[in-house]
Design a protein around this ligand. Structure first.
Ligand SMILES: Cc1ncc(C[n+]2csc(CCOP(=O)(O)OP(=O)(O)O)c2C)c(N)n1
Length: 329
């Protein structure tokens, strides 16, 4: 959680220096969700993060230098400087790239989960989305398909109460996104997304169900977006009281309390973690800044996937020759 937070702090500073390629969408306050949902995933499990999910990349083990280079649009980045963070992925770590169309990654997650099921592979697909995206058609079609086919997929809704400036009450008529799960024949679970222990426990149940062939789960993590929608948004549409209330639920001090209650020397943990986090982020920034700008011709490379297998042409005459269409007038 601290690594993600520090990484994002540094991105905000680089953004002020005009070094970031594309928008900056902070997930400050939502760190426990990425950590709690990805901590128990294996290298073969796949994830579908969104614009606020830098933490998912971090926990899935994407190399921090390449991640920072992606954010600066450099050659050393995940897409070799061809795109911003928004559409970045790293298939070597099971991280699919995002799309601009909110919710459009959920059907793709179902495709990945269907592949696991058809091949009897014991893996899980995890798709992240906001409560705003939950009102989009693709999201419902994906959940319906996952329910019908009992796919090993977990849908994680990060309900941070705002879709850009739109509060939840203006875009959905139910209190919990998780209520919708019932309509698709799956379990809907709600937990505090600001409490790492709660996310770990809830996600653990969903992952066990998916791995045991029990089908999909919709996990709703209640949380709060500490910053504006993106760096250009001062988010004045929120009240002081609301900000104050949620500032007391910061997931990092909350986890420290949890550790303290279990007898850990939190001051020591904090010291060691902060030193390590600063070192990792310093190195990532140094790598990204030293990485060259893309030159241009690479824009025409990596455009098509290499086919897994080229089907062989059948020998002899084709088994089926379609009739030419008959014109009636
Ligand atoms: C289909 C679609 N509509 C609108 C947008 C513009 N847009 C980008 S992010 C965003 C807010 C999304 O809110 P939510 O899904 O709750 O996620 P959050 O940003 O709160 O994490 C909007 C409206 C988009 N990218 N795609």
């Amino acid at each position: 959680m601290k690594l993600t937070r520090e990484f994002e702090e540094r991105i905000s500073r680089l953004h002020l220096q005009n070094k970031v390629f594309g928008g900056v969408y902070s997930g400050r306050g939502q760190e426990a969700i990425a950590v709690g949902c990805c901590a128990d995933l294996g290298p073969q499990d796949v994830v579908f993060p969104l614009h606020r999910d830098l933490g998912v990349f971090v926990v899935k083990g994407v190399e921090p230098g390449r991640l920072m280079a992606q954010i600066l649009g450099k050659e050393g980045g995940l897409s070799r400087g061809k795109d911003s963070f928004l559409h970045a992925g790293d298939l070597s770590k099971g991280v699919f790239g995002g799309t601009s169309m909110l919710g459009a990654t959920l059907p793709v997650a179902c495709g990945a989960a269907l592949k696991f099921k058809l091949r009897h592979e014991p893996y899980v697909a995890v798709a992240f989305f906001g409560e705003g995206a939950s009102s989009r058609g693709d999201v419902h079609e994906a959940m319906n398909f996952a329910g019908v086919h009992q796919l090993p997929v977990v849908f994680v809704c990060e309900n941070n109460r705002y879709a850009y400036s739109t509060p939840q009450s203006l875009q959905m008529a139910v209190e919990d996104v998780a209520e919708r799960a019932a309509g698709y024949g799956m379990k809907g679970l709600v937990c505090s997304g600001n409490d790492l222990a709660a996310v770990l426990e809830t996600m653990g149940r969903a992952l066990r169900r998916a791995r045991d062939g029990g089908g999909p789960t919709l996990v709703e993590c209640k949380t709060y977006r500490y910053r504006g929608h993106s760096e250009h948004d001062p988010a004045r549409y929120r009240t002081e009281e609301e900000l104050l209330e949620w500032s007391t639920r910061d997931p990092i001090p909350r986890w420290e309390l949890y550790l303290e209650a279990r007898g850990r020397d939190v001051a020591k943990v904090r010291r060691e973690t902060e030193a390590e986090v600063t070192r990792v982020v310093d190195e990532a920034v140094a790598f990204a800044e030293a990485s060259p700008e893309p030159e241009g011709p690479e824009a025409f490379e990596d455009l098509y996937a290499t086919p897994l297998a080229v089907p062989e042409a059948p020998e002899g005459p084709a088994a089926f020759e379609p009739e030419p269409p008959q014109l009636t007038h």
